[in-house]
Design a protein. Structure first.
Length: 129
C-alpha cells in the first residue's frame, strides 16, 4: 500500500520530504496498531489511541540522544497529518469508500508550564526562554 501511495504522490508532484514523512507516519501508525492487514478495518478510534500513544512518547525514544522530554503538540500533529493524508489519498484513489479519519481534529497545543518562569526569580517576559 505504501508503494502505491508513493507512486501516486510522486505523480502528483509531492516533494520527497512530504512523501517520506507520510511513509514514516504510516510506519509508526502501523506498528502502533499491530500491523494493517486491511486498511478498511482502521477506525477513528485507532487514530485517537495513536494520538494518546504519541502524547506519552518521548523524543528520540530508544536512541542515545534521547532526553526524556515528551513530543511536542506540533510533532504529534505532524504525524497525525501524515496518517490522515494517507487515508485521504486512499479515498481519493477509490481504495476505500469512506475515510474514517476525515472528521478527526488535530491535538490542541500543550499549554506551557508557567510555574517554571516564575520560579526563576526573574520577572521579564522572556526570562523563561
Amino acid at each position: 500500500m505504501l508503494s502505491r501511495y508513493r507512486l501516486s504522490a510522486r505523480a502528483e508532484g509531492l516533494s520527497e520530504k512530504t512523501i517520506s514523512h507520510t511513509r514514516l507516519a504510516m510506519k509508526l501508525f502501523a506498528e502502533f496498531v499491530g500491523g494493517i492487514a486491511d486498511v478498511k478495518q482502521i477506525t477513528a478510534d485507532d487514530l485517537r489511541w495513536f494520538t494518546i500513544g504519541l502524547q506519552q512518547t518521548t523524543k528520540w525514544r530508544g536512541l542515545p540522544q534521547g532526553n526524556g522530554k515528551k513530543l511536542s503538540g506540533t510533532s504529534i500533529n505532524t504525524y497525525i497529518r501524515g496518517v490522515k493524508a494517507f487515508f485521504s489519498r486512499l479515498k481519493r484513489e477509490g481504495i476505500i469508500k469512506n475515510d474514517p479519519l476525515e472528521r478527526l481534529r488535530l491535538e490542541r497545543g500543550r499549554v506551557p508550564d508557567r510555574s517554571r518562569v516564575h520560579d526563576s526569580g526573574s520577572s521579564g517576559v522572556n526570562s523563561g526562554l
